[in-house]
Design a protein around this ligand. Sequence first.
Ligand code: 13P
Ligand code: SF4
Length: 337
Amino acid sequence: MITAEELYGKLKDIQVGNPVCQFTPEHCEQLLPTIKKIEDLKREKNALILVHNYVAPQIFYSVADHTGDSYGLSKIAKESNADVIIFSAVRFMAETAKILNPEKTVLDPNPDGGCSLADGITAEDVVRLRKEFSDYTFVCYINTTAEVKAECDVCVTSSNVYAIIEKIPNDKIYFLPDRLMGENIIEHLKSKGVHKDIQLWDGSCYVHEEYQPESIDQVRRNYEGVEILVHPECSTAVVGKADYVGSTSQMLNHVRESKRDTFFLLTECGLTGVLQSEFPQKTFAGSCTLCKYMKSNSLEHILKVLENPEPDSVITLDPEVQRRALQCVERMFEYST
Ligand code: 13P
Ligand code: SF4
């Protein structure tokens, strides 16, 4: 188990401007009893805790068995031998772990873990669209409910979306629910000289849709040699001005390998915090934005779900939805090999 000193060592460089991210040695000391209870219960129940890159750093750096992006964590969930999986992120990620592990107990400790993308389209919407676009391959972003995945052909994440859409043998693709990511797919295919008819649903991430290309111009003026990293949920205008586009883990790996020493990230604050902690000698310029859904995770919620989960925290799926959603997610893994 991590000590208070080690935890403070991980958290002390995180200064993303939010009170939750400003830590003192005393605060780390106060977190220890809850961390210890979680670690004990985790061992007792053979539980695995998966934590997304955006989740608060005191969770990310204490009780997580694995951290990562939605693709990496899904892969770990798929390969896990644990009896219980606790997914500290948002609802659709916990649901994806259940789709991949129907026989395991999957717990969502975050009672407010929605997502503006996943909440923006229903299975009924997809059923209706499939009638209208009957010869299209339906590709859903992982940020969708299990019911929506069950109605789609292939799931993708921000780390593999471009490569999978290129590989799909059909030239007619309906991509949902993220319109901005869909527009980035269209630009990417154009740049590769690949012609496909891409139809889009009008959903968006309420965090990433706010970023404007002008902030990139300003940062380039203020920080000579800065490297701009953005998530593909941003608009094409933002992505078009960036130096690197990728999933949260891809951005982290990119910073690790980059020769530059100043970076500007247009994504959720959690990732900026992790990077500040991992690379204290590098500079991370500018602002970031909080995702209220990811930030509603807490150590107390994780402890509660291990001690005595509320019925709503135990992921249950209709068996037919689970079976059909699994096909959709499995196709992603097939395309990714
Ligand atoms: P990643 O798969 O890149 O971690 O993204 C998930 C997400 O919700 C981004 O807003
Ligand atoms: Fe959903 Fe956006 Fe939050 Fe990611 S950042 S979980 S896409 S609302």
